[in-house]
Design a protein around this ligand. Structure first.
Ligand SMILES: Cc1cc2nc3c(=O)[nH]c(=O)nc-3n(C[C@H](O)[C@H](O)[C@H](O)COP(=O)(O)O)c2cc1C
Length: 86
């Protein structure tokens, strides 16, 4: 099984997401949000969600913080997981 861990990359990652059996989205909390890199990745791959290109893959998200903002950051990433197994 091929699991891909993504911390957010401004370039690349799209074909690896399509090839992987599972995807882990991971971002530290920056100013109560995901990092700019994770936001850019989710922007570039938003059509994957809308067109159900990741259906059937195992999906998970995780975040780390200095003490707060984890809920808001997870809430932002969570809709990207909902159509899938997680
Ligand atoms: C630009 C920047 C913004 C950050 N914003 C927050 C924040 O809003 N809330 C918070 O709890 N931690 C914040 N942090 C701390 C990071 O989330 C934390 O450093 C990261 O999760 C890694 O944890 P570590 O420093 O213990 O390794 C911020 C860090 C940076 C560099």
């Amino acid at each position: 099984m091929k699991i891909l861990g993504i911390c957010g990359s401004p370039r690349g990652g799209k074909s690896q997401m399509l090839e992987a059996d599972g995807i882990v989205l991971a971002s530290p909390v920056y100013l109560d949000h995901v990092t700019a890199q994770m936001k850019a990745l989710l922007d570039r791959t938003s059509h994957f969600v809308h067109c159900l290109r990741l259906t059937g893959k195992y999906m998970a998200a995780l975040t780390t913080s200095g003490g707060g903002g984890g809920e808001a950051t997870m809430a932002f990433m969570k809709p990207n997981l909902q159509p899938y197994h997680h």
